[in-house]
Design a protein around this ligand. Structure first.
Ligand code: 3NM
Length: 215
């Protein structure tokens, strides 16, 4: 297992930035709250900001995550991940091929790959150690990733049975439905809007953790 993946395995909640949904707070403040709540795996996902703004923000977030022993992953931008010495990248099906990303980013960085169906999961399985984890979703309809078609529980179950990599379930997951997703085998859950949009981010994360523990 690649260094840093223990934080994925040992912590059920994976958080992702979305400044536009953060009720006027910036990513620095939101990530600060996530870290305060003990989150250990954080993805920076900002697709539309100018590259320079992303870079300056990620320099700060890199320091904050490092100071708190948290893994810092960057969505899509391999150059940005390398520039700020992030712990890895998260890529989608239309990004550069995983093999190419691995060559660019080196052997010690984490690569996550989004998958949305059984065929994509089988291809991910064939990548072996080139990637470290996969995303499985969207489980439910979501406003955060427009036009994404929900895959439902059947794909979560398929991933539980067939994925050679650890997986994070994603898409429309909230405190009220997280135990249903867990019941289909997921152990790691990415939650975007419900966390970044919460009035009390620390309180929300603690409450989700409690809900999961009671299941
Ligand atoms: N990726 P929320 S669904 C970023 O299925 C992302 O790969 C998805 O946001 C996938 O928790 C998604 O607000 C959005 O629904 C998740």
């Amino acid at each position: 297992m690649r260094a840093g993946m223990e934080q994925f395995i040992n912590n059920p909640i994976y958080t992702i930035t979305a400044e536009a949904m953060s009720n006027g707070r910036d990513n620095i403040e939101v990530v600060g709250q996530m870290l305060k709540a003990g989150i250990k795996f954080i993805q920076y996902r900002e697709k539309t900001k100018p590259a320079l703004d992303r870079y300056n923000e990620c320099l700060k977030l890199r320091q904050m995550t490092r100071d708190n022993g948290a893994i810092f992953i960057i969505d899509d931008f391999i150059d940005l991940a390398m520039a700020v010495d992030a712990d890895g990248v998260h890529i989608g099906q239309t990004d550069l091929p995983a093999q190419v990303v691995r060559q660019l980013i080196g052997n010690d960085k984490i690569i996550g790959l989004s998958t949305h169906n059984e065929e994509q999961l089988q291809k991910a399985n064939m990548l072996g150690d080139i990637i470290d984890y996969i995303g499985v979703g969207p489980v439910y309809a979501t406003q955060t990733k427009k036009n994404a078609v929900p895959v439902g529980f059947s794909y979560v179950e398929y991933a539980t049975k067939n994925s050679k990599h650890p997986f994070v379930a994603i898409g429309g997951i909230k405190e009220h439905n997280i135990c249903d997703v867990a019941a289909h085998g997921a152990k790691t859950f990415a939650i975007v809007s419900e966390i970044v949009g919460a009035d009390d981010i620390v309180g929300k994360i603690n409450s989700i953790k409690n809900t999961l523990q009671k299941k």
